[in-house]
Design a binder for this molecule. Structure first.
Ligand code: FER
Length: 275
């Protein structure tokens, strides 16, 4: 019994000291404030040559969005059980960003919430792990690059330089963001994965030429909850980046595979972007 208590004590201290090293979003960061200017969320449709259908996407424009100005864009991707509504419903990016903007902590930016399952029936129904549904997450690379980004850049007042585009996502979307972001460093300068899933390419596939990331990226972010069973996909990427001396943020926070972690990630990442 004494031994068990001792072990328990050591684990508790270790967990507590770990947690203390990590800065977490302050209480209320994800609660809507009525006394501040609010951004707007639109649901719009774009023609996808890649999929051969019209696809839905949610687009957040910041408070005071002014078409005579130009804004940078964050593309923010969902997980295996989600669709274009997942971040909006569970991660409230519009609230988190409105609050940060009111406090002067972020650059005004447009946030695009796509559906990353690039297939005709892109709903998260039935067997979400089915092969065709999982493969549709990799097919999204062409939909994003050839259809969605050109659409956003035609319809919204956005800056079109590589330094003005960010690609982030959670879990399957984290794998997509790393795969597509590091595979297209002329398109995206700010890249990161939250709790990235097994679809994340091996480090050698992700970044065969580490020098390119050093030359082209403004930010490479990889994060994961310390209780997440998918941690190894983040950890192996971190180890490779460290060996090859690629600057990156490796952020391990208390938590599992859920929106408490992903909202906290967005809170931190959004304050780094486009600065
Ligand atoms: C898997 C485990 C988790 C997998 C995908 C996930 C495709 C994705 C989880 C998520 O997006 O939350 O084996 O294989």
């Amino acid at each position: 019994m004494k031994k068990i208590i001792l072990i328990l004590g050591v684990v508790l201290v270790w967990t507590a000291s770990n947690a203390q090293n990590v800065k977490m979003a302050p209480e209320g960061f994800d609660v809507q404030r009525t006394d501040i200017a609010q951004g707007k969320i639109d649901t719009v449709s774009y023609d996808s040559k890649t999929v051969g259908v019209t696809r839905k996407v949610l687009i957040y424009t910041p408070p005071g969005y002014d078409k005579s100005k130009k804004y940078p864009v964050l593309y923010l991707l969902h997980g295996i059980g989600g669709d274009e509504l997942e971040w909006f419903k569970n991660g409230v990016p519009h609230i988190i960003l409105d609050n940060l903007y009111a406090d002067g902590k972020i650059e005004p930016m447009i946030v695009v919430l796509p559906n990353g399952r690039a297939m005709k029936d892109d709903r998260a129904t039935g067997d979400i792990m089915a092969r065709d549904k999982v493969e549709a997450f990799s097919a999204f690379e062409r939909d994003l690059l050839d259809d969605l980004i050109p659409f956003v850049e035609r319809k919204y007042a956005v800056k079109k330089e590589q330094e003005q585009r960010a690609l982030f996502g959670l879990s399957m979307g984290g794998g997509q963001a790393l795969n597509f972001g590091l595979g297209n460093m002329d398109v995206f300068a700010w890249v990161g994965g939250f709790s990235s899933a097994p679809n994340t390419q091996t480090p050698e596939e992700l970044l065969p030429n580490p020098q390119e990331a050093k030359d082209k990226l403004k930010l490479l972010w990889i994060s994961c909850g310390d209780q997440d069973r998918l941690m190894r996909f983040t950890q192996r990427t971190h180890e490779y980046l460290e060996i090859h001396e690629v600057p990156h943020i490796y952020y391990i926070e208390p938590g599992g595979h859920d929106f408490n972690v992903w909202k906290n990630d967005l809170y931190h990442v959004s304050q780094l972007l486009f600065k």
